[in-house]
Ligand binder design. Structure first.
Ligand SMILES: NS(=O)(=O)c1c(F)c(F)c(SCCc2ccc(C(=O)O)cc2)c(F)c1NC1CCCCCCC1
Ligand SMILES: [Zn+2]
Length: 258
């Protein structure tokens, strides 16, 4: 990049020199080693409120050069799941790979999935996500793995059918509201939980991560459309927009299931 505000996935090794937190000891993503996770029965099922949006509710879908970001209304919220406070939804975005290989951020026992969805929330303690992003526990991100299955996933079509409108970096379009919960696994009770960071600069170490154990199934065609539709710069597609697993530095990963 040319100056600290510009970074890319091709110069991940430089992030820590431009962004101090990216070299910290509570970074994300991580590899989840299921043989060392700790069963925590206090991790209750996640409760989603206001996720079932009416079609009249229009949502901004934007190509920001690193991923696609769907902005979410602040009356969508999250509680339970061992969280001590409530969180408001802010945005969701995706990470994916290319023909060369899969692109989830977290891995499980070294396995990388085709992709990963992140639904970003911020604590109701704060007035804005910018403020919350700087405070420990300020953000809660729900993560689910995208896996290739035999059927087309109708919920993801609400997003993928409009990717041509945001082919170029910086482009934005409006899509009709739909049930955002349909983008997540049906089982919201089985998940991993750990404290980590944003997975891109500025890498703030302020994220409560929830990674669902059940995956979401999309068709190969849908995954290919995601991998081939979005430009991150003049000539190159956004592909492989994932950070490599970071060291735990002694952190324990909790599991809501035995
Ligand atoms: N996995 S993640 O949650 O760390 C994450 C990523 F991996 C991401 F790649 C992204 S997108 C890259 C950051 C970015 C770039 C441009 C703009 C803009 O032009 O509006 C906005 C954001 C991205 F937006 C996020 N999440 C954002 C992090 C940046 C801002 C803090 C709060 C929102 C969460
Ligand atoms: Zn993300």
């Amino acid at each position: 990049g040319h100056g600290p505000s510009h970074w890319s996935y091709t110069d991940k090794a430089q992030w820590a020199s431009d962004f101090v937190y990216c070299g910290g000891h509570m970074q994300s993503p991580i590899n989840i080693d299921t043989s060392t996770t700790l069963f925590a029965p206090e991790l209750t099922p996640l409760q989603l409120y206001g996720y079932n949006l009416l079609p009249e509710q229009k949502l901004s879908l934007r190509n920001n050069g690193h991923t696609i970001v769907l902005s979410l209304p602040a009356n969508m919220s999250l509680s339970g799941g061992g969280f001590l406070e409530a969180y408001r939804a802010a945005q969701l975005h995706l990470h994916w790979g290319s023909k060369a290989g899969p692109g989830s951020e977290h891995t499980v026992d070294g396995h990388r999935y085709a992709g990963e969805i992140h639904v970003v929330h911020y604590s109701t303690r704060f007035r804005s996500i910018r403020e919350a992003a700087r405070e420990p526990g300020g953000l809660a991100v729900l993560a689910a793995f995208l896996q290739v299955g035999s059927e087309e996933n109708e919920a993801y079509q609400h997003i993928f059918e409009d990717l041509d409108d945001i082919h170029e970096e910086g482009e934005e379009t409006l899509i009709a509201g739909f049930d955002i919960a349909q983008l997540l696994p049906a089982n919201l009770s089985s998940y991993f939980h750990y404290n980590g960071s944003l997975t891109t600069p500025p890498c703030y170490q302020t994220v409560n991560w929830t990674v669902f154990n059940q995956t979401v199934l999309l068709s190969q065609e849908q995954i290919s459309v995601l991998e081939e539709s979005l430009l991150g710069g003049k000539e190159h597609l956004i592909q492989g927009n994932f950070r490599l697993p970071q060291s735990l530095h002694g952190r324990r990963v909790l599991a809501s299931f035995p």
